[in-house]
Design a protein around this ligand. Structure first.
Ligand SMILES: NC(=O)c1ccc[n+]([C@@H]2O[C@H](COP(=O)([O-])OP(=O)(O)OC[C@H]3O[C@@H](n4cnc5c(N)ncnc54)[C@H](O)[C@@H]3O)[C@@H](O)[C@H]2O)c1
Length: 430
């Protein structure tokens, strides 16, 4: 089948490449000449494990094609996916300007029957806006349907998540569109939820809001446990082993971040408000998350004896989670800026996100490995649980540091072992 993806970010490029790998002819439309020229050569604009190889293979096979020109791709495509960003506006609502702009461009080049699918996360009812735009601007003879197939992939595991999703949600308003979309997804295992478009649109926000709630719940329990002398991590294990609750995503740490949870929680609050429902629960989820992030700064201060000023603080990990270079809304940004406000000197290392971090963080010295971070530091803070931090030579780290103080914002080390090694150690909830 010939299909098109508009947008070549974490969602667009991964899903486009996987569908090309499954044998489809896939066009990817971008809007930046330089990026499209690079993509044609197999140079990808994001870090995602395994993606470069799939892109290269499918470019060679002429199944994956990149263009700036809608005219080249849209007329021959049976399905067009909109996979552009929907960032938050000042008031928390999702900014749909790019989604609606590309809908206009699609309309002008529709050929035969086409299904236009939103893969971007969009507020319930957005499909009606897209439909109105396309109806107004489409060519005389072309026919189309709109649909929603929300994306649930996780950065860092995006390819495997696309090939083996927990579920495939397909929201349509015609049998013809549903049949075509089910046919495209046939080689992918997963439970299908075939439903109407409103339901598909709500499922996406509800999923992310629930996951964010689970993280904030874990952080609240961890905080409370610290006050009582209970071991927060054992409490979370004890809760999570109940199958009705589940162990995954029930971890305490430096708060959630990234390009999805913060913006989607905000957007769902705004969407609910527009429908007359005050989603107080989610406001608390946000508040707890903010406190979990700021709590790292309080703990840093405590470990440093109450004074951050002029202290050299080393940061291990900047990305909002491991295996990605995505710095959008990473907790590290808030924490580092707060430490800088308190006049600390910051040195940082991340295996892949430094290039993106440099665009966001000022007055930070970026170094090339964990040992350079440790060198002459008064305190080390782990903010991303990259695997390479798990088995560092901690004896060497200790020798390099001015003082052996370690704040483990992701609970990757064993407190007992850290104590035996002579570190003053603090985790979250323990
Ligand atoms: N990143 C994730 O883990 C994830 C997971 C599920 C859903 N989503 C949702 O998917 C959508 C895309 O997210 P993402 O992380 O891939 O974003 P991204 O920022 O990585 O990618 C967005 C893409 O849109 C392109 N774009 C921007 N303006 C354009 C225009 N005018 N014309 C054509 N292309 C344009 C950009 O060049 C980029 O390739 C968002 O709605 C997001 O909420 C993201």
């Amino acid at each position: 089948m010939t299909i098109t993806f508009i947008g070549h970010g974490y969602v667009g490029l991964v899903t486009a490449s996987v569908f090309a790998d499954l044998g489809n002819k896939v066009w990817v439309i971008g809007h930046t000449k330089e990026k499209i020229e690079n993509l044609k050569k197999g140079i990808i604009p994001i870090y995602e494990p395994g993606l470069a190889e799939i892109v290269e293979r499918n470019i060679k096979a002429k199944r994956l094609l990149f263009t700036l020109d809608y005219k080249e791709a849209i007329p021959e495509s049976k399905i067009v996916f909109i996979a552009v960003g929907t960032p938050p506006k000042e008031n928390g609502e999702a900014d749909l300007s790019v989604v609606l702009d590309v809908a206009k461009k699609i309309a002008k080049h529709l050929g035969r029957y086409t299904v236009v699918v939103t893969k971007s996360t969009v507020p319930v009812g957005t499909y009606k806006k897209i439909k109105t735009i396309i109806e107004k601007d489409k060519l005389g003879t072309s026919s189309f349907d709109v649909a929603s197939i929300p994306e649930f992939l996780r950065e860092g595991q995006a390819i495997s998540d696309t090939l083996h999703p927990d579920r495939i949600v397909i929201g349509t308003e015609s049998q013809k569109a549903q049949d075509l979309l089910v046919e495209l997804h046939k080689p992918i295992d997963g439970n299908y939820v075939l439903t109407n478009i409103e339901t598909a649109e709500v499922i996406k926000y509800a999923s992310n809001a629930f996951l964010a709630t689970k993280i904030s719940f874990a952080n609240a329990i961890a905080y409370f446990s610290e006050l009582t002398g209970a071991d927060g991590l054992s409490v979370l294990k004890g809760i999570g082993l109940d199958k009705r609750i589940g162990r995954e995503f029930l971890n305490a740490g430096a708060g959630y971040g990234g390009s999805c949870f913060p913006k989607d929680v905000k957007a769902l609050i705004a969407i609910a408000h527009a429908y007359g429902y005050d989603f107080d629960l989610l406001r608390d989820v946000e508040k707890i998350n903010r406190n979990a992030i700021l709590n790292i700064v309080s703990k840093a201060k405590k470990l440093l004896g109450g004074n951050i000023q002029n202290k050299k603080i080393g940061i291990l990990g900047l990305a909002f989670k491991p295996d990605t270079d995505d710095m959008r809304d990473a907790p590290s940004i808030v924490i580092i800026n707060k430490l800088l406000e308190n006049k600390a000197k910051i040195k940082a290392y991340d295996p892949v996100s430094v290039k993106n971090a440099k665009k966001i963080l000022r007055n930070v010295e970026f170094v090339n490995n964990s040992y350079d971070v440790a060198h002459d530091s008064d305190l080390l803070i782990v903010l991303t649980e990259w695997n390479e931090f798990r088995q560092l030579d901690l004896q060497k780290i200790k020798k390099l540091m001015k003082k052996p103080l370690l704040l483990d914002g992701r609970n990757i080390y064993d407190p007992k072992i850290m104590e035996e090694l002579g570190f003053s150690y603090m985790g979250v909830g323990r």
